[in-house]
Design a protein around this ligand. Structure first.
Ligand SMILES: *Cc1c(COP(=O)(O)O)cnc(C)c1O
Length: 472
């Protein structure tokens, strides 16, 4: 596969370069495959639906062809995904796709685990380790730490702001041993990010240590997230008639979004033949994308803290990929968008619990309420000309091509549940009165010894520490 760049279509490179560089320093653009090949119809129409790993292999093949032999790709996939992505019905026309069965209980495991193994594969002939530096405000650090733990040839240093992340998050990223460690920095997330960015531009440091990032803009985190869209849409296509008595329903993927990496992966799956008719971009108060869809103007802004904090992004980095893949008009045909404030998030967790008995996390709750409102009247109102004000929570006033299918009760929704509710136990308890039970793997991590190392917010001290402690 040839990879190009969102800012310069004359760029042509391979998968290895795209993965190891993360972004194109020369242009500031993001790497993107020149095409998204459609899976053959024999495979797409197989019954029963192939299992998750088989789908993953068939989707990953064209992007790695000529660079990773199939037998190695199979090992990478088997090692990355010892867990499933179950699809569960919530009611006759709503399904939840549970993406929290990985080790850190959030969907980022799907992307980070594939990326770690691909980087290790590309690093295997090097004589020195590749050092990954990550600054985190919480969730990315644990997904990356866990994904790279004990992966040969790779070494990870996580920086987080001391006292500014939750207890579970801190345990999840500070209790590793071996090739993964955490530094608690006396400063903010921005300070952590600055230390990492300064290290990347420090030539004297880079002459001694091979450095890389594990950023969410890396194409090797994005491609594997498309696997579960394909899997879940094929599963829903197969079972929807039995559940809903709708013949060949439009399938709508409802995606709680922050940086819009997850949703971009959904677009890739659709290009590759996933039976997905449209998407709902579901956000919190950080409504940069809903506003763009409504007004046609893209206005990045500072992020605002909410209960769905993994979606607190005011300048979503994958906007650039979406805008490179589609025109604004095409985006408006494909997407509906919907947002909620914190009060709406609490009410939605409660609403889902009362309607279905299902305990949903704050991120997924926006998806649940978006789909519920859309199918029970919000889309009909919009089609009938009654527009919601864009500055108020709810459905954004832009009508997608699939609106009529929903109004005619010919659609089913797949809500992506991006995290386990126990990761946000306090918020869920406020909404439902019940504390969600911690899964065993979170319970285990809470018992582990905290090994974080204190670090001043000072670049010279940080650099000295790196040189004294990391293996060249
Ligand atoms: C990261 C994250 C999101 C947002 O995903 P994007 O790909 O950044 O849009 C949503 N929910 C949870 C729980 C997350 O960790």
């Amino acid at each position: 596969m040839i990879y190009t760049d969102t800012r310069d279509k004359s760029v042509k490179t391979d998968f290895r370069t795209a993965v190891m560089n993360g972004m194109n320093k020369a242009t500031g653009g993001l790497y993107i495959p020149v095409e998204f090949p459609k899976l053959d119809s024999g495979f797409l129409n197989k019954t029963p639906v192939p299992n998750f790993r088989e789908i993953a292999l068939n989707m990953a093949k064209p992007y790695t062809k000529g660079e990773i032999p199939e037998s190695d790709l199979i090992s990478i996939i088997n090692d990355a995904y010892p867990f499933q992505a179950p699809v569960k019905p919530l009611d006759h026309t709503s399904y939840v796709l549970e993406l929290f069965h990985g080790p850190t209980c959030a969907f980022k495991d799907f992307g980070a685990r594939f990326m770690a193994r691909v980087m290790s594969y590309f690093n295997k002939d090097e004589s020195s380790p590749l050092h990954i530096l990550v600054a985190t405000s919480g969730d990315t650090g644990s997904a990356v730490g866990s994904a790279f733990h004990n992966v040969p040839g790779l070494d990870v240093t996580i920086l987080y702001p001391e006292g500014k992340i939750s207890k579970i998050q801190e345990k999840q990223l500070s209790t590793f041993d071996g090739n993964v460690r955490a530094l608690k920095v006396k400063g903010t997330f921005d300070d952590c990010q600055k230390l990492v960015k300064t290290a990347f531009t420090d030539e004297s440091l880079r002459a001694k240590l091979r450095l890389s990032s594990a950023n969410s803009i890396n194409i090797s985190r994005l491609l594997p997230q498309s696997f579960y869209y394909m899997y879940s849409s094929l599963v829903v296509k197969e079972r929807a008639w039995g559940d809903s008595k709708i013949d060949d329903p439009a399938i709508i993927a409802v995606v709680p979004s922050g940086n819009f990496g997850n949703l971009t992966s959904g677009l890739i799956a659709r290009e590759m033949g996933a039976p997905i008719t449209g998407f709902v971009a579901a956000t919190n108060t950080n409504r940069t994308i809903p506003d763009w869809i409504a007004t046609g103007k893209y206005n990045a802004r500072p992020s605002v803290a909410t209960y769905a904090n993994a979606m607190d992004v005011g300048a979503p980095s994958n906007y650039e990929r979406i805008a490179a893949m589609y025109s604004l008009d095409q985006v408006r045909q494909l997407f509906a968008s919907y947002w909620l404030d914190d009060d709406g998030i609490i009410k939605s967790i409660r609403h889902c619990y009362e309607k279905t008995g299902y305990t949903i996390d704050p991120h997924g709750s926006v998806g649940w309420k978006a789909w519920y409102d859309i199918k029970t009247g919000a889309m009909k109102k919009l089609v009938d000309g009654e527009k919601n004000d864009i500055s108020k929570p709810g459905l954004t006033p832009s009508i997608p091509a699939w609106a009529k299918r929903v109004v005619d009760n010919q659609a089913v929704g797949i809500i992506l549940e991006t995290a386990h509710p126990a990761k946000f136990g306090d918020t869920v308890k406020e909404a439902t009165g019940q504390s969600p039970v911690l899964p065993d793997r979170l319970e285990e991590v809470m018992k582990k010894e905290d090994k974080a190392i204190s670090m001043e917010n000072n670049y010279d001290m940080f650099k000295e520490w790196l040189l004294a402690n990391l293996k060249a």
